[in-house]
Design a protein around this ligand. Structure first.
Ligand SMILES: Cc1ncc(COP(=O)(O)O)c(C=O)c1O
Length: 345
């Protein structure tokens, strides 16, 4: 099958309409089998709880083309599990794991022409979405739900592309409360973060950096990525918090840092101001961000720079980036069993 005639190398992180989307519906207590649709619009009732009370959640993962032309997903079952848990937290019927996987695979296969080719630096972003629909004005869970998987070819999340240094700023806004919905991928978490991101941008950073909302002391995460730290004495540290999204990328990188870089792994609360001097390298990680090294952060209205005065990518984050991206593109052996080939027939 022919690929679309796109300038793959200059794609941003934007929506491009692909030919098909997968859609399934939950009515009368059960899920439909799902089907591929051409229409990118969803017609829903104006009283839908997704619109009024943000009873909705989503996921994000990528498909990449390997050198041999096969199409690879990275640990998609972890996204399926996370959406399952998020749905339960929001009192939505969870999408069965096999329906999630079927939706993802069918959407990828049907949109083969839109999957960026090997070596282009771009990938196919996959966005599963679960929304509460049907008339339901009062504050109670919806009686009907739509599950949809849309895809779009994308380039790098942060402008500039490739491994490049970003900066983060702590603003006056909190993202999530300890017993709130921060560890779930609920759309509501993100609406609340828009102003924080804009404030961080006004401060000259790319994205907001959140501290825990109870003490405003411990590192939580960035607006759409978890935080990685290379600290003194060969320590690889990631913040432990009840309010952060359990990033698939971060969990994978912790394994790579341990197995391949032989670092000491610590997942624990990180008191940012107290431990700042021991942080040698920082990065933000996620499906979209991949590993974006952080050159500097703004805390208490002061900039603090990391490796090489914030001018260069440090050796730990560079090695992790190389290892992760090679695994995801099938460029090296996958001893962890993380990469899943999409059946293209
Ligand atoms: C708030 C937040 N944290 C972290 C991540 C990274 O998670 P993952 O690695 O599973 O993409 C994301 C999504 O990309 C996110 O939206």
């Amino acid at each position: 099958m022919e690929k679309k005639d796109l300038d793959w190398g200059s794609l941003g992180f934007d929506y491009i309409k692909a030919d098909y989307r997968f859609a399934a519906a939950w009515t009368d207590g059960k899920w439909s089998d799902g089907e591929l649709l051409k229409d990118e619009y969803i017609k829903i009732h104006e009283g839908s709880p997704a619109l009024h009370y943000a009873q909705q959640c989503f996921e994000g993962l990528k498909a990449q083309t390997a050198k041999d032309g096969s199409v690879l997903l990275f640990r998609p079952e972890l996204n399926a599990e996370r959406m399952y848990m998020t749905a339960e937290r929001l009192m939505m019927p969870p999408v069965p794991i096999d329906l999630f996987m079927k939706g993802v695979e069918e959407a990828v296969r049907a949109n083969y022409a839109w999957i960026p080719p090997f070596g282009s630096g771009a990938s196919l972003y996959i966005r599963p979405l679960l929304i509460g629909v049907g008339e339901n004005m009062g504050l109670k869970p919806a009686k009907q739900y739509n599950f949809r998987v849309i895809v779009s070819p994308v380039g790098p999340y942060y402008k500039g592309g490739g491994v490049q240094l970003i900066s983060l700023a702590v603003t006056d806004f909190d993202r999530a409360a300890p017993m709130g919905t921060g560890k779930f991928k609920a759309g509501a978490n993100y609406a609340g973060g828009l102003l924080s991101t804009q404030t961080a941008k006004d401060m000259g950073a790319n994205e907001a950096l959140y501290l825990d909302s109870a003490h405003r002391k411990y590192l939580d995460e960035a607006g759409s990525a978890n935080i990685l730290l290379a600290m003194t004495n060969n320590r690889f540290v990631t913040p432990k918090s009840a309010a952060i999204l359990p990033s698939v990328t971060r969990r994978s990188i912790m394994t790579i840092a341990k197995e391949e870089l032989k670092m000491t792994i610590e997942e624990r609360p990180v008191a940012l101001r107290e431990e700042l001097a021991e942080i040698e390298e920082m990065a933000a990680c996620g499906t979209a961000a991949v590993i974006s090294p952080v050159g500097k952060i703004n805390v208490d209205n002061q900039w603090h720079k990391f490796y090489a005065d914030g001018e260069q990518v440090g050796p730990v984050m560079q090695k992790l980036y190389d290892s992760l991206t090679q695994l995801q593109k099938g460029e090296k052996a996958d001893p962890y069993g993380w990469v899943k080939k999409v059946n293209l027939d």
